[in-house]
Write a protein that binds this ligand. Structure first.
Ligand SMILES: [Zn+2]
Length: 811
């Protein structure tokens, strides 16, 4: 299924109570401990009348005490929030017309100074008009300049990142060119050679179009450099120019998050799923206060197959034979023989002796064999149906005459030692945390959806072991285990994992054969079966019409017969639906990618699953740079900017992947690692990759802890700059941390239903709004943890939202 509405990740209100403004007034400092609203019926208060043709002033009114203040409030007078106890009494500010002033005086209130006269407002308005007129004039002057500058250029630099990786220095550039869909031109990037140097002095590099599913996304490319450039410039083929500052990607801060004596490096070899599960059981046994092993609710279909054989050579003569019993439960003991009777005019007969099946083939008057594949298959199924079923090859008519075959064993072709269970296999998670009751922020890490990816499971167990072994001595680790509810599943797909280790190293999928009779169900297809567990989930799936998954039972990205058809996938769904689950890491290999949603699009048109909001995307980027910096600390391996971002922006569409289900269905911040350089690298390399990506996984836990502890409210400012559009200005909101901004342009109170400040486009950062000069702008921001700027409460009469004008700053 697909959902168009996102969960309200950024809309959580803090638990603070909503005290009304009027009550705050009565309960102010002057009345503390005594405030109680007057009994209005008993007091029968005088209610002020306001004449429609009068303007109001703000005046001071002094009351003797709380009783008189209550009486004043009961008149219905318009008071602002100002309440000051003084020696002369309580001074309040009333917004009143001359008629109301006279009435208040008649009632005996002491009316004092006029603080703000109606005429003052008129003065402000004429000042405002003059300012706007001046800005309009300024704008016209700027316009000519801007039309030649980057804002009006047909090329826009979206990223310029300098980084080191290993011993290399690299400059990675991404830019969008307005003609990029139709023109195949590369773009040339000119670099300076450091602060204060000329553009071009650092050399040039070209960047090429990134086109996916026929849609131009942007130009990108990286080149080795010998010095860190400060600025770059791109001149497009039309002569337009864009310049940008170069940022440093993943600089490593001096302070390590790992304290002195921090222990790591616990894995010493590749581990099969059986060994992975044994390892987490040992860990949980060693730290019973901190960890437990949880058997997930769905067992796999098992590392097991029927015993099979295909007899015969050419397609028309082939007979496929499958045991009814699983191979390890007797199927492997069955043999089949196709015997030439050695005599003329013999009928086709089948004899079963124990597990030995002997087919005596029919012959003609000359003694030649006449039985066809179809006849033999039918006879086997009819006469030996207690042991086997037989069929012609992949739907062929089977008209070819078979050749005799000596007794041949059927086999499940499974080579794992007997210690590897052939039964439906439980999938185990290790749950780590001091408080494993669902009350803490949940984090899920899971590996080996793809069987042949042998390093990611090691990252999972290494991380579990770091958490447990450092708990007693490392304060940071102790804090993670106090704050979080950590679920680590080292192998989601143990059947495929075992198959990859013992039988077929390139196995990607699980072992379940969903091919229909007449299709690729025979022994020769045994390495082609299975469901791609990372395509069988529920959001933006093949079944929803999205790209990047196969409907073929032998396709390597086979999505399965239906969403969540596979037990492996139902286990992930079960984990993700835990209400406290907020963060996840899906560990894959390879390619050194780091990705998040959207992970799928529909074709034609490359229609993407909904993109995260600007705030969500900036949270993804912010957390990602922390995680990737931790990875880089190990041996200075930089996951590149070009391989960081939404799956479908940097890699390809993967309909029905797990990250998308966790994000769209459950609102979990879901990332995907593509660890290392190959599926099964040399041990030395596998070991290094394990160490570096475990660094990253531990940093994800720190991101989760900081999210959990985040009580700091975001702040935001309005930036107004000249616009190329006459009579308008360019407006942006700047936030102190990743935060959603909701705004209005019509003077109304902003709420969660107001316009959400958005991204300018794929990988472009915040949009620039073009609004008429003088527009009144109201807004507030809310961070990922739900903290709202200035304690504003959009759903009640709180007024502490931000206010600004679309006017250029003066001076
Ligand atoms: Zn994978």
């Amino acid at each position: 299924m697909s959902r168009s509405a996102l969960p309200h990740r950024w809309r959580r209100l803090p638990a603070a109570t909503a005290a009304g403004v009027a009550l705050l007034l009565l309960a102010g400092p002057a009345t503390a401990g005594t405030a109680a609203p007057p009994d209005r019926e008993a007091d029968a208060p005088v209610v002020l009348e306001r004449s429609a043709d009068e303007q109001a002033d703000v005046v001071e009114v002094t009351v003797a005490g709380t009783a008189q203040l209550d009486a004043l409030v009961a008149t219905g007078v318009d008071l602002d929030h100002h309440v000051t106890p003084t020696e002369a009494g309580i001074v309040v500010h009333a917004v009143v017309t001359p008629t109301e002033v006279a009435a208040l005086k008649r009632m005996g209130y002491r009316v004092g100074a006029v603080l703000h006269a109606a005429a003052d407002s008129a003065q402000r308005i004429s000042e405002r008009e003059a300012t706007i007129a001046a800005h309009r004039a300024d704008n016209r002057a700027y316009t000519a300049t801007l039309q030649r500058s980057a804002a009006a250029s047909d090329v826009k630099i979206i990223r310029a990142d300098y980084y080191t990786s290993g011993t290399n220095q690299v400059l990675s550039v991404e830019a969008k060119w307005a003609q990029g869909q139709t023109s195949t031109s590369t773009l040339t990037v000119a670099r300076d050679s450091g602060p204060g140097t000329e553009i071009g002095s650092g050399g040039t590099q070209t960047i090429s179009r990134f086109v996916d599913a026929g849609v131009y996304l942007y130009h990108r490319g990286a080149a080795a450099v010998t010095a860190r450039p400060q600025r770059i410039q791109i001149t497009s083929p039309t002569g337009d120019v864009a310049v940008a500052e170069v940022a440093e990607w993943l600089p490593i801060p001096a302070d390590s998050p790992e304290g002195p004596g921090y222990q790591k490096d616990f894995v010493t070899s590749y581990l099969t799923p059986t060994e992975l599960y044994d390892r987490i059981k040992q860990l949980a046994d060693a730290y019973p206060q901190l960890a437990e092993v949880v058997k997930l609710p769905y067992q796999t279909n098992g590392y097991r197959r029927k015993a099979q054989v295909v007899l015969g050579g050419t397609t028309a003569t082939r007979v496929a034979v499958d045991s009814l019993a699983w191979g390890h439960e007797g199927g492997n003991d069955i043999t089949v023989e196709l015997a030439d009777p050695g005599a003329a005019d013999r009928p086709l007969t089948v004899t079963v002796t124990g597990k030995a099946i002997r087919v005596s083939l029919a012959t003609d008057a000359a003694g030649a064999v006449t039985s066809t594949a179809a006849q033999v298959a039918a006879a086997l199924t009819a006469e030996a149906g207690a042991l086997v079923t037989a069929y012609t090859y992949r739907g062929d008519a089977g008209a070819g005459v078979v050749a005799p075959v000596a007794p041949t064993p059927l086999s499940d072709n499974l080579k794992a030692p007997a210690g590897v269970s052939r039964d439906p296999h439980p999938v185990y998670a290790i749950r780590i945390g001091k408080y494993r009751d669902g009350s803490r922020t949940g984090v899920l890490a899971y590996a080996q959806e793809h069987a042949r990816e042998w390093v990611p499971p090691l990252v999972a167990v290494e991380t579990a072991e770091r958490l447990l072994r450092n708990h007693a001595t490392d304060e940071n680790t102790k804090q993670l285990l106090r704050t979080l509810d950590i679920w680590i599943v080292p192998s989601i797909n143990p059947d495929g994992g075992h198959y990859s280790f013992y039988d077929y190293a390139s196995q990607r999928r699980n072992m379940t054969n969903h091919c229909a009779p007449g299709g690729a169900t025979d022994a020769l297809a045994r390495n082609s079966w299975g469901v791609d567990n990372n395509r069988n989930y529920t959001e933006y799936s093949l079944f929803d019409g999205y790209s990047g998954a196969s409907a073929s039972c032998t396709g390597d990205t086979y999505a399965g017969p239906s969403e969540l058809s596979e037990p492996e996938n139902r286990n992930v769904d079960w984990l993700a639906q835990r209400p406290n689950m907020k963060f996840s890491m899906n560990l894959h290999s390879s390619g050194n990618y780091f990705m998040w949603s959207p992970g799928a699009y529909a074709t034609p048109g490359r229609i993407s699953a909904p993109r995260p909001t600007l705030a969500e995307e900036s949270f993804f980027w912010g957390a990602s740079s922390r995680i990737l910096t931790a990875i880089k600390r190990h041996r200075n391996m930089a996951v590149t900017p070009a391989r960081t971002g939404p799956i479908s922006d940097v890699l390809y569409s993967a309909a029905g992947n797990s990250g998308d289900m966790l994000w769209y269905k459950y609102g979990i911040y879901a990332w995907n690692f593509e660890v290392g350089t190959s599926f099964q690298p040399t041990w030395d390399e596998a070991h290094q990759e394990t160490m570096e990506f475990s660094n990253g996984l531990v940093e994800l836990l720190r991101v989760a802890r900081d999210y959990d502890k985040d009580k700091k409210r975001p702040t935001s400012t309005l930036s107004v700059t000249p616009s190329a559009t006459e009579g308008s200005v360019s407006v942006r909101f700047d936030v102190s941390e990743p935060a959603a901004v909701f705004y209005t342009l019509d003077g109304s109170k902003p709420t969660f239903a107001s316009t959400l400040y958005a991204s300018a486009g794929i990988r472009e950062g915040a949009e620039t709004l073009t609004v008429p000069v003088g527009t009144k702008i109201h807004w507030f921001s809310v961070d990922a943890a739900g903290n709202i700027e200035r304690n504003y409460r959009p759903d009640d009469d709180s007024l502490t939202f931000n206010r600004g004008w679309a006017t250029l700053p003066t001076g």
